[in-house]
Design a protein around this ligand. Sequence first.
Ligand code: FCB
Length: 463
Amino acid sequence: MTGRFPEDFLFGASTSAHQIEGSHDVDGRGESVWDVFARTPGAIEGGGDASVATDSYRRWRDDIDLLSELGLGAYRFSVGWSRIVPDGRGRVETRGLDHYERVVDTLLDRGIAPVLTLNHWDMPQALMADGGWISRGAVDAFAEFTTAVAERLADRVDWWITQNEPWIIQLLGYQLGLHAPGIADHRSAVTAGHHVLLAHGVGADILHGYERPKVGSALSLFPCDPATDTEADREAAWGSDGYVNRWYLEPLLGSVYPADMRAHWERAIGGDLDFIRDSDEQAIGGRSDFLGVNYYTRRVMAAAPANPFPWRVVGPSGDVARTDEGWEVAPDSFRDLLIRLSRDYPGVPLLITENGAVSGESPTHDGRVHDVRRIAYLRSHLNAVHEAIAAGADVRGYLHWSLLDNFEWSLGYRPRFGLVHVDYPTGRRTIKDSGRHYADIVRARSLDVPLPEAPSADTGAVE
Ligand code: FCB
């Protein structure tokens, strides 16, 4: 590809509080649902937890140094909810706010735009007494959290993300029980998802009481393609698109929940979606200044007997490029997704809030991390963004997931997503070849930069 990214295009990287901070007993932090979930036997691969992670609550200055070294212009991080409202309601912990204020001010001093996420899944455990997101009361609790953070930081942070990946909270947290809080029930799941969206609306209204904030949610979007061109598979792909994408896009950016998916959910739970009250959709929509796009791969779908939904993921046929987690590398679907979003929701700018790949390399004895497949993934997906912009999509920035290898939820520490390698026992950070190459791209604002030198033949891994 030739051509530059726009001058004001933001290049950055993302993390989230629970995945990097550790220091759970520090500065009055309360327990979060993930602290408790991690203690469930078998919940986390390898049996680990996030009590140390990348130790970033203490090493946050090192992390900001890395951002500077990479020349990045934006950093997406999240505010640990249970650090701010330790008991879920009521008392606000100012030491937690002090910490994030230091982070934000240091970023601003370095010319790095903070992109602040409020709920990146670490709800205070105290709220589980009422069922967590199943309870409408969670929306009020989220409003208190938003107010506390906004009072401290809305005068200086421009980019705010209310909710990270409502579908994943709903699916893994409340439908399959694979994430905190570990509930597996369809009615609970669709109820929780609705309250997460409602909390976006309430949070956006609070933030819009200040001048600076641009407010959006970050959605996990997976384009859904039919496995074959049969009518049945095409319907399955459209149904799956409703389940994964349109159920969130439409109320946030369109008008109301899509009718086809409403019918699927009613069948799945055997009853009305009576927790969606009359004015709720009005309270969710029309409040997004941008859409956060988290993209990793696509879904290839086929028709199936309803269980409870009449579709299933079959995956791509043939030999395709995959990450270490087995996910298909599908940059064309990314480009098409961005174009589709701009077409379906004109006037809503897009910010890529996550995109990245698992690739397990560690330092070799030349001291470098030769993660050539992450470089290929990064380049092909940045190219997709560039093509989407050329086709008219309004994409304002790209934040790679992740700045650092970190605690990957129920998969523990095995999957490595970082531009920077973390040696967990020591916390030592090593910028990977992908990080260096990204820095070159960012400096040039173009993909026309030389690839890193190939590793010399004798580089065996040292760990
Ligand atoms: C997303 C999450 C993020 C990280 C990446 C790999 O679903 O938002 O925290 O786990 O996946």
